[in-house]
Write a protein that binds this ligand. Structure first.
Ligand SMILES: C[S@@+](CC[C@H](N)C(=O)[O-])C[C@H]1O[C@@H](n2cnc3c(N)ncnc32)[C@H](O)[C@@H]1O
Length: 209
């Protein structure tokens, strides 16, 4: 199995996107305020920040005044047209993206569940290498509660083929730790409007190098 179905979904959106808000949850995007406040609470004015899977910049654009510099990585150029002109944008494949620079913080919101375990393992491994010692990775990810839940097929709600892998929460924590992170805090404070399924839940993760 690969993440090619999620890739096709986002490529299609990138080819036709007309407004920045199209990348948000279709039901309600009030959760964005909570995401932005959560991420900001972990940033310092002097930080070098890397945003992985920055999409149309809904989170990253809001962080400009909270850090020294942001580099935003996103595969699809069509999405990144909305990212603020002062942010350096790199269009690259996420599982293989790595640059020889170390960041104080890395942020990645609403991205990791679109990748299979083997792809996300590469992403977490490269994130660890791109963090300074003492740095933090701040994630929002969607996880399975009792077990891993995979959606791989046609979604009526989105009228499209779709792939997501909501890995069991404890497994995701172990996966992150296996890449070298010394401590992973799981924070159950994601806005209620994102948590609509009884067998899955969104969490924030703060991972320490
Ligand atoms: C819900 S958006 C989140 C964007 C942004 N981080 C935010 O919080 O607004 C999901 C992002 O994951 C990226 N993504 C999902 N599946 C992908 C894949 N298979 N390959 C590359 N990028 C993918 C999409 O391009 C998109 O930018």
């Amino acid at each position: 199995m690969s993440s090619s179905k999620s890739k096709e979904y986002w490529q299609k959106m990138a080819d036709s996107i007309a407004s920045q808000n199209e990348t948000t949850n279709k039901r309600n995007n009030e959760y964005l305020k909570t995401d932005i406040e959560f991420v900001k609470s972990h940033l310092n004015k002097g930080d070098d920040l890397l945003d992985i899977g920055a999409g149309s910049g809904l989170v990253t654009n809001a962080l400009i005044d909270s850090v020294k510099q942001i580099i935003a990585v996103e595969t699809f150029e069509g999405l990144t047209q909305f990212i603020h002109k002062d942010i350096l944008v790199i269009n690259a494949e996420l599982p293989t993206f790595k640059i020889r620079k170390e960041f104080d913080k890395i942020v990645c919101t609403g991205v990791t569940h679109f990748f299979t375990k083997s792809d996300v393992e590469k992403i977490y491994g490269n994130m660890f290498k791109m963090l300074k010692s003492g740095g933090k990775l701040i994630l929002r990810s969607h996880c399975g509660l009792k077990e891993t839940v995979v959606i791989n097929g046609y979604s009526e709600e989105l009228s499209s083929d779709y792939f997501t892998e909501y890995r069991k929460l404890e497994e995701e924590v172990e996966l992150i730790k296996s890449k070298g992170f010394t401590r992973v805090d799981v924070i159950d404070e994601v806005a209620d409007e994102l948590n609509v399924w009884e067998n899955t839940r969104h969490y924030y993760f703060v991972c320490y190098k």
